[in-house]
Design a protein around this ligand. Sequence first.
Ligand SMILES: NC(=O)c1ccc[n+]([C@@H]2O[C@H](COP(=O)([O-])OP(=O)(O)OC[C@H]3O[C@@H](n4cnc5c(N)ncnc54)[C@H](O)[C@@H]3O)[C@@H](O)[C@H]2O)c1
Ligand SMILES: O=c1ccn([C@@H]2O[C@H](COP(=O)(O)OP(=O)(O)O[C@H]3OC[C@@H](O)[C@H](O)[C@H]3O)[C@@H](O)[C@H]2O)c(=O)[nH]1
Length: 388
Amino acid sequence: MASQARVDLDGCPIKPITICMIGAGGFIGSHLCEKLMSETPHKVLAVDVYNDKIKHLLEPASLPWSDRIQFHRINIKHDSRLEGLIKMSDLTINLAAICTPADYNTRPLDTIYSNFIDALPVVKYCSENNKRLIHFSTCEVYGKTIGSFLPKDHPLRQDPEYFVLKEDASPCIFGPIEKQRWSYACAKQLIERLIYAEGAENGLEFTIVRPFNWIGPRMDFIPGIDGPSEGVPRVLACFSNNLLRHEPLKLVDGGQSQRTFVYIKDAIEAVLLMIENPARANGHIFNVGNPNNEVTVRQLAEMMTQIYSKVSGEPPLDSPTIDVSSKEFYGEGYDDSDKRIPDMTIINRQLGWNPKTSLWDLLDSTLTYQHRTYAEAIKKSIAKPVAS
Ligand SMILES: NC(=O)c1ccc[n+]([C@@H]2O[C@H](COP(=O)([O-])OP(=O)(O)OC[C@H]3O[C@@H](n4cnc5c(N)ncnc54)[C@H](O)[C@@H]3O)[C@@H](O)[C@H]2O)c1
Ligand SMILES: O=c1ccn([C@@H]2O[C@H](COP(=O)(O)OP(=O)(O)O[C@H]3OC[C@@H](O)[C@H](O)[C@H]3O)[C@@H](O)[C@H]2O)c(=O)[nH]1
């Protein structure tokens, strides 16, 4: 790869930089590391408590990028090495978080600490050392749409002004405090406000990313295979697990909530543009999603069932879905975002980015990966007698 041939969106050569990536061992981090190693000359100091999802990038030492990636097993809650790594880098990207809804109402303290308190030193070190920060927030900061408060058949519910989510115009609408689901969104909102204020008062160079349901291979875990059997991952992994085990997919409260899903590989292109175009990305908050890929959760279940049957060659169940109440599935204090359509004006204007992959295509490649990776392991685990 000829690094001097690479130019940014304004035609200027891109200089190789060092990136401190916190949470590099997670779903998004693993795809971002892959992209940076295979297509750029940048160096990554990869910080996480786990490295299973990036093992293929760290070993063997003969890999062409092995001098450009270093893994640091660090828990950012309590490790004095963090500031040194941030100082050594040109840019810090913070992905570390508890970000599975099953935790928000059952472990609200851990959720708030992880998403606000633990992120504070990262912001502080960046600000004090004049280092650029790309911080991962969430589309959940928008909470519920304005339209969701209108009567069901009200015509304004069809008006995009009442549901499209805009970084610089939409309010953040959360439920009451006893609905602890919003602990995550609220913590993310406060860290966004803090970062924004560091920018305004102390000149911190920052970019905030609001991912809208990025999905693809390596997302979360399959319970009982590479994660706890009683764990509840995000919907892609929940439904994949059900399909792999030939169980009906569980629709929480009827599966009426709507989401837009974007393929991880499309979304990573947007992050790379932010990394390599600081003058266009600094000071901005970006929605990163695919407004064309909207479905209800029920429709998602139906599509995944159909695609998985094609991929695995196994016919779907006669009753492929089952309704469960949110209280039964998530416990007390769950609540939901009704609809999430990202406005794309700012990311289009600043970075010229648009997602490419349809929901069908991204589910096809993701479920092919899930089947290849897990089908055998599931078969073995089902065949194994349970230890008494
Ligand atoms: N995937 C999505 O669609 C999505 C949507 C909205 C927001 N986000 C945000 O993007 C970020 C990354 O999400 P993801 O989907 O890759 O999640 P993930 O859980 O796969 O990755 C997070 C990583 O952070 C690490 N981490 C957590 N606490 C840590 C600590 N104290 N010290 C060191 N490492 C720690 C975890 O081990 C994990 O590897 C999160 O901030 C999340 O809130 C993701
Ligand atoms: O088995 C399941 C799992 C989930 N669901 C539903 O599917 C929808 C999507 O659930 P996910 O677990 O993917 O999580 P959500 O989209 O609600 O939140 C996510 O949004 C953005 C990020 O910040 C986080 O990764 C997470 O909070 C919800 O309505 C949920 O109730 C089911 O119906 N069945």
